[in-house]
Ligand binder design. Structure first.
Ligand code: 2P0
Length: 313
């Protein structure tokens, strides 16, 4: 039996869209921070047939099935019972597939003695879910050309930012990110500009992180988020991930920032808002978001660890 954990990561410059090559490579350079407090815990046991339980209930997840199929083209991996649990809403724009595939490949590596190093694990995780490549690592993580290998550009101690998650709806999304990205590539009139400008956004974010320039990171991250959502909204069918509370949270964050609080927002493929701030503002930001109409709860996170094996026997 083997247990591994991994944390979700939140992109500050977003991945949305895939290259038209095998291997699940993003079309846009992206950079993230790995969160603490939110965690996926995955336990593997040998079984007669493959079986997956997600948050305690039997699950038939095509992405996990095809990931196992891909791994078995290269490695001898017997049938497994995969028990995976999230301590946060699943499939709701909180990067459960990033932590999920990072924990899964980390557990499989230990359980079946594949002997893969972190870089190789990250490459395999990318094939399960591209954002998962980043969750192998702690700190500020880039996934960018030329090799599209996730790498740490600064560790958590360099700039220990805090994140407050404002939960507005715990339900799972109706359109998966993979499907949504394909709609966007095929139909959004803004898609080419989005892809073409991502290198510039990535470079600006990397520089802001290295310099610990909060305003520069805030402006770049909010622009990347809003450009991604513009692409989503102009896709056919439209991908409208926001609800009224999402918009209210954005207004709350903008008001705080105007009043001198170092905070910015980012939103992924779901209606939750993540407010990233300097740690001394965490309580102020949490309180303001908790008081915002439609917010059901807030979760405070720091910078999290990379994926790790907890126990293997
Ligand atoms: C990100 N997202 O960079 C972006 C921002 C959602 C919005 O990565 O198709 O689940 O499995 O590679 O990684 C969500 O996409 O997609 C995602 P697949 P994934 O965090």
């Amino acid at each position: 039996m083997t247990t591994a954990t991994a944390h979700p990561n939140i992109a500050l410059v977003k991945y949305w869209g895939k290259q038209l090559v095998r291997g699940n490579f993003p079309a846009t350079a992206n950079v993230s921070i790995t969160l603490s407090d939110l965690v996926t815990t995955t336990t593997l046991t040998d079984a007669a047939n493959d079986r997956v339980t997600l948050n305690g209930a039997p699950a038939d997840d095509p992405k996990i099935n095809s990931f196992l199929g891909l791994l078995r083209e290269s490695f001898d991996i017997g049938p497994l019972h995969i028990d995976t649990r999230n301590n946060f809403p699943t499939g709701a724009g909180l990067a459960s597939s990033a932590s999920g595939f990072a924990a899964l490949i980390t557990a499989i590596n230990a359980h079946t003695n594949l002997g893969l190093d972190t870089q190789a694990l990250s490459g395999w995780a990318r094939q399960g879910s591209a954002s998962a490549a980043r969750s192998l690592y702690a700190g500020f993580v880039s996934l960018a050309p030329p090799d599209w290998q996730a790498e740490v550009i600064a560790d958590a101690q360099h700039w220990p930012l805090a994140t407050v998650v404002a939960v507005t709806d715990e339900a799972a999304k109706s359109v998966s990110s993979s499907v949504g990205m394909e709609y966007s590539r095929r139909t959004s009139p803004y898609y080419d500009h989005w892809v073409g400008s991502s290198g510039q956004d990535h470079a600006a974010a990397v520089q802001a992180i290295h310099e610990r320039n909060f305003d520069a990171l805030a402006n770049t991250a909010e622009l990347s988020c809003l450009k991604m959502h513009s692409v989503m909204l102009t896709s056919q069918p439209t991908l409208a991930y926001w609800n009224p509370a999402t918009v209210a949270c954005m207004d709350t964050v903008r008001r705080l920032r105007k009043n001198g609080v170092a905070v910015f927002f980012t939103i992924d493929a779901g209606p939750q808002v993540k407010a990233i701030c300097l740690p001394q503002y965490t309580d102020t930001v949490s309180q303001a978001l908790a008081d915002t109409d439609g917010v059901t709860r807030t979760i405070q996170c720091g910078m999290g660890a990379g994926a790790q094996v907890l126990a293997s026997a």
